[in-house]
Design a protein around this ligand. Structure first.
Ligand code: GLU
Length: 281
């Protein structure tokens, strides 16, 4: 698996180069942020930091499918890897971060929904996932989606996963909201909650982590369609450019390669690449 990183050394070299170019002025060389593609020296991208296989911050750098998709898109927009600044975009913060211009775009298991489209725009979709549940390996109580109604469930504030549980999937479940999915894992392990619910792509990554090997299983329920898009500020001209980049990523085989590298280790059986604009309801 490839690691994305900016080492302290390369950051220093970059900073020195910029200082020299600016004749020691140092005026705004590290300023962020909005308006990617406008000849800036860096691009700021929102990802998840705690989702192995998708977006994960490690001691070596950033890795996962979303990271690879974002890196490919950034390159097509004119930015090399060492010009990317990664920012954590928790589920509940994504629309606000885009509206405020904290990031140029977000690739963070971010489902395209009509509600979100009221405040932000999406390129894509670039992946189709499905909501599912992660259970303890020895669980014998939750065999169907209906069983969730008598369960203690955890999910994340601001996610479609939590909203779907409340509104349609299991309205009677006791739902415990967390700020991030990884925060639910200890509770699932020790029995404080019965299930963690979110996209199967994310859950497969957790189940395959070394420290959890053999401890968890996925329900395999395919509860919803989650069409992952790349979020941009409403009205941004980045949307069309990103759509073009995503089409190229599929056409030149980079999408398949990223899928294999990132989902292979967790044995996640992904859906085929979606067509741009084809949002499955
Ligand atoms: N894809 C879903 C969403 O956008 C769940 C995963 C997440 O919270 O990032 O809400």
């Amino acid at each position: 698996m490839k690691l994305r990183k900016v080492t302290a050394a390369s950051a220093t070299v970059l900073a020195l180069a910029l200082t020299v170019t600016a004749c020691g002025g140092g005026d705004g060389d590290n300023e962020s942020s909005s308006g990617a593609g406008g000849g800036k020296d860096k691009i700021t991208i929102g990802i998840k930091f705690d989702q192995p296989g998708l977006g994960q911050k490690t001691p070596q750098g950033y890795e996962g499918f979303d990271v690879d998709v974002a890196t490919y898109v950034a390159k097509k927009l004119g930015y090399e890897e060492n010009q990317i600044e990664w920012k954590e975009s928790k589920s509940a913060d994504r629309e606000t971060m885009l509206q405020r211009g904290d990031v140029d775009f977000i690739a963070a298991t971010y489902s395209i929904t009509p509600e979100r489209q009221e405040t932000v725009d999406f390129a894509g979709p670039y992946l189709l996932a499905h909501q599912d549940v992660l259970l303890r390996a020895d669980d014998d109580k939750i065999k169907s989606p209906e069983d969730l109604n008598k369960a203690k469930l955890c999910s994340v504030t601001g996610s479609t996963s939590a909203q779907n549980v409340k509104e349609k999937l299991a309205p009677k479940a006791q739902l415990q909201p967390y700020p991030a999915y990884s925060a639910c894992l200890p509770g699932l392990q020790n029995g404080a909650v019965d299930a963690l619910t979110t996209d199967d792509s994310i859950l497969a990554g957790y189940a395959a982590q070394d420290q959890f090997k053999g401890k968890f299983k996925l329900g395999g329920f395919k509860l919803t369609n989650e069409n992952y898009g790349i979020g941009v500020k409403k009205g941004s001209d980045l949307k069309d450019k990103i759509n073009k980049a995503l089409e190229e990523m599929v056409a030149d085989g980079s999408w398949d390669k990223a899928v294999k590298e990132n989902f292979g280790p967790a044995n996640y059986k992904n859906e085929p690449a979606p067509k741009i604009g084809d949002i499955k309801s």
